[in-house]
Design a protein around this ligand. Structure first.
Ligand SMILES: [Zn+2]
Length: 499
């Protein structure tokens, strides 16, 4: 695909050289429906792993391939007002509203003034509105399209504002943020079955607020399927929804199923505006977990197929697919071949191994994230937390033998004196760009799998990599060329019908 040929350097020089795209083009016309897909952490290389895997397993990238074939392609530079690297909250705010903000801000500009997102503008225009995410409703990306707060960390406040937002359809995890601290909310049976504890410090019953405003509440795949009217709120997990490896297990719907339900319920003659987030691509990137990354990209691909089919049947729909930033400085590379393998390239006497189809097959054998594996390991009684147990769990997770020696080396790097195990950076330095102590043990556990498959990572945070923008449907031409994320947001707002 041609987008894989673009290097960051080319994109940056294009940015410097290219004149600003006019915001209105003569052929621009406005759609009836707008669907924005946000891949959190979806950089070009994250798309690249899916395209590479499709050479091993054709059709695994059918959603993105079909999208690319029917789209114009642009690029956005994910800068905030005062930084070249951004976080999900401010980036989503800029893409959703066209305002310019600072990292961590949710739906406000850099001065703290509220910025209406395209969802909220659509609502005022009488269109139906929806927000769907496979993380939790109060998380940075869905929040930035729904509410206005200074900091993404204030999730209990975000929950209150979401309950008052009037958005017609809300589907994600995060039930715990909506429950009062000291009393039991009146929950339907499928919601009570989640046994979600309240994480609020107050007695605000936001479930009652939803009910007063006429919402139906569902907490299971079955109840979502049976839902037939708006407004509707679906809270399918206490906190975050499941990772891609186990998505759809238990009572949770998949991202694909949530998207299909959203499209069915929102479709109406006056049009709708919908944001769908594939949110855990970013989490796999923070953990440098290559197997998980591929699994999340395949989940996003399945969701995109549903959206493509809808766009096919409803050609008056604008579909925009992009990311908020890249996570992890991810890519595949080549390395010196080890002595026990046959090199697939030789140069100047050096035996080299270039990432190949077997590496991709190896990545795809992963069955569980390293994060989830460690969650189980550290929840065991201390006498059971042995190198043998860890080797068994890590072997199952990666789909490859993880040796007892590797497990011993990993455990020797940990500081377990505090309640949450962390990497002892004096013994095993990860470097300056791994600031999240709670995530770093997962980063370290994933290193053997990355090395084996020639997957390389540069950090445990976000990068300034330019991000691809796919646009199909009426007015798609607005989104070609190189633009900042605020310019992208302005074009999105302009795509709405005129009042
Ligand atoms: Zn992130």
């Amino acid at each position: 695909m041609r987008f894989l040929l673009l290097s960051s350097v080319m994109l940056f020089s294009a940015c410097v050289a290219a004149p600003q795209q006019p915001l209105e083009t003569p052929q621009a016309k406005n759609p009836v429906n707008i669907i924005l897909v946000m891949g959190d952490g979806l950089g070009p290389q994250q798309l690249g792993i899916l395209s590479a895997f499709a050479r091993v397993q054709p059709e695994s990238d059918a959603g993105f391939r079909d999208l690319a074939a029917n789209s114009v392609i642009g690029v956005h530079l994910p800068f905030s007002e005062d930084s070249v690297v951004n976080d999900s909250a401010c980036s989503a705010t800029q893409i959703g509203s066209g305002c310019s903000c600072l990292p961590q801000q949710v739906g406000v500009d850099s001065h703290g003034a509220p910025c209406p997102s395209f969802i909220e503008v659509a609502q005022k225009l009488g269109m139906k509105t929806g927000v769907v995410s496979d993380t939790r409703l109060t998380h940075a990306t869905p929040a930035s399209f729904s509410v206005h707060v200074e900091n993404r960390g204030s999730e209990p406040e975000i929950a209150e504002k979401i309950a008052a937002s009037g958005i017609d359809l809300l589907l994600s995890g995060g039930l715990s943020f909506f429950l009062p601290k000291d009393s039991a909310a009146a929950l339907p049976a499928d919601c009570a079955a989640l046994k979600a504890p309240s994480v609020r410090a107050d007695s605000n019953d936001l479930i009652r607020d939803f009910s007063t405003r006429g919402y139906s509440l569902v907490c299971s795949r079955r109840a979502l399927r049976a839902a037939s009217r708006l407004p509707l709120v679906g809270l399918f997990a206490s906190n975050e929804m499941r990772e891609a490896f186990s998505e759809g297990e238990g009572s949770e719907p998949t991202l694909e199923q949530m998207t299909a339900s959203a499209l069915e319920l929102l479709d109406n003659p006056r049009g709708f505006a919908l944001m769908v987030e594939a949110g855990q691509i970013d989490w796999a990137g923070h953990d440098n977990d290559v197997g998980w990354l591929l699994a999340e990209m395949r989940r996003a691909d399945r969701m995109l197929r549903v959206i493509n089919e809808f766009a096919e049947r409803n050609p008056d729909t604008l579909v925009l697919v992009t990311g908020d930033h890249e996570t992890g400085s991810f890519g595949f590379s080549y390395r010196k071949a080890s002595e026990d393998e046959t090199p697939n390239a030789k140069r100047n006497g050096a035996h080299l191994h270039f990432t190949d189809a077997d590496d991709l097959r190896s990545v795809a054998r992963a069955r569980r994230s390293n994060r989830d594996t460690l969650r189980e390991f550290f929840s065991l009684p201390s006498e059971k937390r042995s190198a043998e147990t860890l080797a068994r769990l890590a072997s199952h997770a990666s789909g490859h033998p993880f040796s007892i020696d590797e497990a011993k080396q990993f455990l020797a790097c940990l500081d377990t004196t505090s309640k949450k195990p962390k990497v002892d950076s004096s013994r095993c330095p990860l470097g300056a760009f791994y600031p999240y102590e709670d995530l770093n043990p997962a980063v370290l556990l994933g290193r053997p799998a990355s090395t084996r498959t020639s997957a390389v990572w540069g950090n445990g945070t976000h990068t300034s990599t330019p991000i691809l923008v796919f646009a199909r449907g009426p007015g798609a031409d607005r989104f070609t060329g190189v633009q900042t994320s605020t310019e992208l947001g302005a074009r999105l707002i302009q795509s709405l019908p005129k009042p």
